[in-house]
Design a protein around this ligand. Structure first.
Ligand SMILES: *[C@@H]1O[C@H](CO)[C@@H](O)[C@H](O)[C@H]1NC(C)=O
Ligand SMILES: *[C@@H]1O[C@H](CO)[C@@H](O)[C@H](O)[C@H]1NC(C)=O
Ligand SMILES: *[C@@H]1O[C@H](CO)[C@@H](O)[C@H](O)[C@H]1NC(C)=O
Ligand SMILES: *[C@@H]1O[C@H](CO)[C@@H](O)[C@H](O)[C@H]1NC(C)=O
Ligand SMILES: *[C@@H]1O[C@H](CO)[C@@H](O)[C@H](O)[C@H]1NC(C)=O
Ligand SMILES: *[C@@H]1O[C@H](CO)[C@@H](O)[C@H](O)[C@H]1NC(C)=O
Ligand SMILES: *[C@@H]1O[C@H](CO)[C@@H](O)[C@H](O)[C@H]1NC(C)=O
Ligand SMILES: *[C@@H]1O[C@H](CO)[C@@H](O)[C@H](O)[C@H]1NC(C)=O
Ligand SMILES: *[C@@H]1O[C@H](CO)[C@@H](O)[C@H](O)[C@H]1NC(C)=O
Ligand SMILES: [Cu+2]
Length: 587
């Protein structure tokens, strides 16, 4: 009967000591500066507080993070997305413009305020169309006092990998989505970077074990990554701890992260190269003189030579992330409540440009940010129609198992990212396997404890099947993380538990969110078209260009463009974007 005082107080003391979390405040003044990270070309880049590379955000699990953003860019709006964070209860802090907020106009300020309840390796970047590759992207690290691998390494080192363009994004983007580029050939980067530089030295002490947190913060190119004569032991992907697995080489797509343990040699007799090598399969053209590789060194002794990276013959030793097992051994979510099939393709619309489609719909941002449509339409918020045709909306009920079947009807590789969740990757085909077939016994032999992550590659003309639980009310994009394809519309909008979202957030959106909308004359109530009287009337909504007339093919556009271009535009444009037949490169 008598509960002793100590057994009563002990849990409270524990609670107090665990709950001693910090509030971290970052003041970010976002402005243009200049940098020349590849040593070939000095160009404008988007910096923070006059600094580029931009600072890392480093928190501990449980911390509250405040990021005060001032937009001093003068000529562009901005926003920040915290890639991989669930933003549970704070979907309005997720960052994508026209989805959960309005763009922060030049001269305006905006505060992100959220609590981080998950450990791991993340990054943050602009979520304004096409903006982050101009430099507004950096690491976001969440330390974990209970990291299960804590005793197994001595130090941790962050390494970012990235592609790099010399031209600025607004100019590249207008050339990319254009009648002058009907095949949708993506601009090819000029260089690869590690930590926004090249020839990086990483100081290594013999015998120590390092945890490298590797992040691909690039726009387009995936990178093969390897450390010569050192094995990587994978312990985390995209914020999910894994059963340790050894790898000689990783394939890291744009937006993916890996933490690996690397044990140093016991002697300092030489230094070792490590390499990031951009996957050239993604490039429609391979310009003369492009070096797809970036080299750095594990430096044991800085008086000794830094040997050139050894050339390798193939990338066959790349690790297959599909074989990873989550450390928590969470079982497959077996009873699917809602299954969404997405057939993706690339095609032309009648403006002659090339677009990307899910189920024949290319994403176009709505007039009213989707979250504000949810918050202002009461019971109609559960009706997908009100969110507009071109946002490609799917409404999810709360606490269900949701499945996404994605069939890639395109010869390209695409890394897909879901906001607000990590998903189980329950199937991922080889290339050319075609659409997922639920009646094929081989394809539905799912793993019992599938890997979870937030960004996954679908192979050329192959498929992936993902599952997650709708336990996070919010407005979440699911999209290709190649910035070119995001801009050409490869996105859907998930409206998760809209009525719960209304009860969580109605009246709670901070004033500065409304202020940036007002400054930009963006409507904040009603359906996607801003209609408040009859929310089922979408008249005036933003739409994509129309379809090509039947029988008028991409090839027809190529022919048309050749004749138009030679008449009006001149050969310079052709040279720059590499006009070529409509088929993308296949292997
Ligand atoms: C890195 O070293 C290579 C080889 O010496 C050189 O070509 C390249 O310009 C260097 N990169 C930078 C940013 O200095
Ligand atoms: C804004 O200015 C920067 C720096 O001069 C430039 O690189 C960028 O392209 C400009 N943006 C637009 C939309 O013109
Ligand atoms: C951040 O959000 C918390 C919880 O909603 C609130 O108490 C706090 O005042 C906010 N801080 C800032 C700086 O907005
Ligand atoms: C690479 O950059 C990150 C920040 O982006 C920094 O924390 C880390 O120390 C750098 N690594 C090296 C080896 O300089
Ligand atoms: C370094 O030396 C220790 C102690 O002799 C040994 O256990 C370990 O395996 C060695 N490490 C390597 C990478 O050779
Ligand atoms: C880049 O590295 C790969 C793999 O080692 C090699 O095949 C290729 O020749 C390298 N390219 C250049 C320009 O060094
Ligand atoms: C079932 O799927 C496997 C793996 O994708 C494939 O190799 C096989 O041809 C398929 N079988 C049938 C009958 O379609
Ligand atoms: C969000 O919070 C709710 C309530 O605390 C919890 O049940 C749910 O699992 C969380 N979702 C995620 C994605 O962490
Ligand atoms: C939904 O909107 C329509 C048209 O604006 C309205 O007539 C209807 O009452 C609304 N339904 C609910 C459940 O709010
Ligand atoms: Cu893509």
């Amino acid at each position: 009967m008598a509960i002793s005082l100590t057994s009563f107080l002990l849990p409270i003391c524990l609670f107090i000591s665990l709950a001693r979390t910090a509030t971290l405040t970052y003041d970010f003044d976002v402005a243009w500066t200049h940098a020349n990270p590849d040593g070939q070309y000095n160009r404008p880049v988007i910096g923070i507080n006059g600094q580029w590379p931009i600072p890392s955000i480093v928190a501990t699990k449980g911390d509250q993070v405040i990021v005060n953003v001032k937009n001093s860019l003068r000529n562009e709006s901005t926003s920040l997305h915290f890639h991989g964070l669930y933003m549970n209860g704070t979907t309005h802090m997720d960052g994508p413009v026209a989805v959960t907020q309005c763009g922060i106009l030049p001269g305006s300020s905006f505060t992100y305020n959220f609590t981080i309840d998950q450990p791991g390796t993340y990054w943050y970047h602009s979520h304004v169309r096409g903006q982050y590759p101009d430099g507004l992207r950096g690491p976001l690290i969440v330390k974990d006092p209970e990291n299960p691998f804590k005793g197994q390494y001595d130090e941790e080192v962050v390494l970012t990998f990235s592609d790099w363009y010399h031209e600025s994004m607004p100019k590249l983007m207008s050339g990319f989505i254009s009648i002058a580029n009907p095949s949708g050939a993506e601009p090819v980067p000029q260089a690869a970077l590690v930590n926004d530089t090249q020839n990086l030295s990483v100081k290594i002490e013999p015998g120590k074990t390092y945890m490298f947190r590797m992040i691909n913060i690039g726009a387009f190119a995936a990178q093969y990554v390897w450390f010569e004569d050192h094995t990587m032991r994978i312990v985390e992907v995209d914020g999910i701890y894994t059963e340790p697995m050894d790898a000689e080489m990783l394939y890291v797509t744009a937006a993916q992260r890996y933490s690996v343990l690397v044990t140093a040699k016991n002697d300092t007799s030489s230094n070792f190269a490590f390499v990031g090598s951009m996957d050239e399969d993604l490039f429609d053209v391979f310009p003369d003189g492009l070096n797809p590789n970036v080299t750095g060194w594990l430096v044991y002794d800085d008086t000794k030579a830094k040997p050139e990276a050894k050339l390798i013959d193939s990338f066959d030793s790349q690790f297959d992330d599909f074989t990873l097992v989550p450390y928590d051994k969470e079982s497959i979510y077996s009873n699917v409540d809602q299954s969404i099939t997405l057939d993706m393709k690339m095609d032309n619309l009648n403006d002659g440009a090339n677009y990307a489609f899910f189920n024949d719909i290319t994403y176009v941002a709505p007039k009213v940010p989707t979250l504000y449509t949810t918050l202002s339409t009461s019971a109609n918020a559960t009706n997908p129609l009100i969110y507009g045709y071109n946002t490609n909306p799917f409404v999810l009920s709360q606490n269900q198992v949701v499945e996404i079947i994605l069939n890639n009807d395109d010869p390209g590789k695409h890394p897909f990212h879901l906001h607000g969740h990590a998903f189980q990757v329950i199937a991922r085909s080889e290339e050319e396997a075609g659409a997922f077939d639920p009646n094929n016994a081989t394809q539905i032999a799912f793993a019992a404890t599938p890997i979870r992550r937030d960004t996954v590659l679908v192979r050329p003309n192959g498929h992936i099947v993902l599952r997650f639980q709708s336990n996070n009310p919010g407005i979440w994009l699911f999209h290709c993380h190649l910035e070119w394809h995001m801009a050409s519309g490869l996105a859907i909008t998930l409206i998760e538990a809209p009525l719960t979202l209304q009860s969580q957030l109605s009246g709670k959106i901070p004033q500065d969110h409304w202020d940036v909308c007002k400054a930009g004359d963006v409507p904040v109530v009603g359906n996607a078209a801003g209609n408040t009287v009859d929310v089922l009337d979408l008249t005036g909504e933003n739409k994509s260009p129309g379809e090509l007339p039947a029988g008028f093919t991409g090839r027809g556009i190529v022919a048309l463009v050749f004749s138009c271009l030679s008449a009006f535009v001149g050969m310079a444009v052709i040279g720059w974007y590499g006009l070529k037949p409509i088929e993308k490169k296949t292997k």
